[in-house]
Write a protein that binds this ligand. Structure first.
Ligand code: C5P
Length: 397
């Protein structure tokens, strides 16, 4: 999503500069063109060489430096940026921007820019709580500047409180949110299922699978960022719920079945990425099963195939399924599209490195009922989520 974007990072003088080295490295890895500007104080902490090496580009430090060709550096940087991030942003740079002061490269570039600006404050807790700093932040908020709030915790000065530079993950989330296809799913409702189901054997044991929920959570996140109303029916996972998404937690396939049917009539799109258990123990023992004998048998009975049922009862809804395969991917996937009456199936070979359960990336093929197959390269699950939603948008039309 960030590939090809021109992202300019303004680094000001706080101890959190060292964390921004990682941010610049991560941003560069997305394929974005990352330019770094540093203030004089930032250079007291880290030299430009660090950022030059990580971004693979010249680092800008001087307002009065003339690039070859005679153009004006701060105007070039301002007009050539799709996004500016200030991290760490000191009380000083926040005050200068809020006060309309442009006396160095970063403050001048920000003043000349018309692209979105994300400010990531980092400073001592008393400075952050200072009413003048808070007033400046409020002024900038009213003017449409974006923020990633500092975190709580131990600060470099030895005190505790709010002031640590936000986690890099949150900063990356914010950057992606700026570029996501804002609003193209406005007015649509999407139901997503995610994660495994757990099928109890007795009060302490259960049958489950390796699904992490990452793919479904990425789809829910992406759909919400694109303006859809999103309900996420989630099996037990270790993931932070995406912002702005209604989460319905479930345990068993039977609970997922009930929750999906509850919501089905009110949605336009269903994206079933959950790894629903096909079978459950016929009987759940009321007490912990004691060990005896060398072997033991658990009798299983079939769970409802939720997606197949939706395929039979659907009206206007688009149905998107997922299929994790370990062999003969395309043929199996095509059979499923027909058998479950789907508009699209996202099939992946879970044996490939970088695909399937637990990873942050996936390698998928999109299979359509007319026989069309789109083979996608390995990509981040959030990027794949957006790719799936791009197809959903076409199908909705
Ligand atoms: O048939 P298979 O399990 O491979 O199909 C996978 C698709 O069907 C997934 O989208 C999954 O969420 C859904 N499914 C379901 N109910 C089941 C099993 C799978 O909805 N009991």
């Amino acid at each position: 999503m960030l590939a090809g974007k021109n992202i300019t990072v303004g680094v000001t003088g706080g101890i959190a500069v060292f964390k921004v080295a990682q941010l610049v490295s991560s941003l560069t890895a997305t394929g974005a063109a990352v330019r770094v500007m540093m203030t004089k104080s930032a250079r007291e902490f880290v030299t430009p060489l660090t950022f030059q090496t990580l971004s693979g580009r010249q680092v800008y430090t001087d307002l009065f430096e003339r690039p070859a060709g005679g153009s004006v550096q701060h105007i070039d940087l301002a007009s050539g940026s799709d996004l500016i991030i200030l991290a760490p942003a000191t009380a000083n740079i926040i005050g200068k921007i809020a006060g309309g002061i442009a006396d160095d490269l970063i403050s001048t570039v920000v003043m000349a820019a018309s692209c979105p600006v994300i400010i990531c404050p980092a400073m001592n807790v008393n400075m952050y709580n200072n009413r003048i700093v808070q007033r400046n932040l409020a002024i900038l908020g009213d003017q449409g500047y974006h923020f990633v709030e500092p975190g709580l915790g131990r600060l470099a000065c030895g005190t505790e409180g709010r002031g640590r530079l936000a986690e890099l993950e949150l900063i990356m989330d914010k950057i992606e949110a700026i570029f996501a296809n804002e609003g193209d799913l406005q007015g649509r409702s999407v139901m997503v299922t995610a994660g495994p189901t757990v099928e109890p054997v007795d009060p302490v044991r259960y049958l489950t699978n390796r699904s992490s929920g990452k793919m479904g959570y990425a789809v829910a996140d992406a759909a919400a960022r694109r303006g859809a109303r999103v309900v996420l029916i989630s099996g037990p996972v270790e993931l932070r719920p995406p912002a702005g998404v209604e989460v319905v937690p479930v345990q068993t396939a039977a609970e997922m079945h009930a929750a999906v049917l509850d919501n089905f009539s009110a949605v336009d799109v269903v994206i079933m990425s959950a790894a629903v258990a096909d079978y459950r123990p016929r009987n759940t023992a009321a007490q912990k099963i004691k060990k005896h004998g060398e072997t033991m048998t658990i009798e299983l009975e079939k769970n409802p195939d939720i997606l197949a049922e939706l395929g039979r009862i659907k009206k206007q809804q688009l149905l998107i399924g997922f299929a994790a395969e370990t062999e003969d991917l395309e043929r199996n996937a095509q059979k499923k599209v027909a058998a479950k009456n789907l508009e699209m199936l996202v099939a992946n070979d879970v044996t490939l490195p970088g695909a399937g359960f637990g990873t942050d990336t996936n390698i998928a093929k999109l299979i359509f009922p007319d026989g069309r197959i789109v083979s996608l390269p390995k990509m981040d699950k959030l990027a794949l989520a957006h790719r799936i939603l791009d197809e959903v948008l076409v199908l909705l039309k």
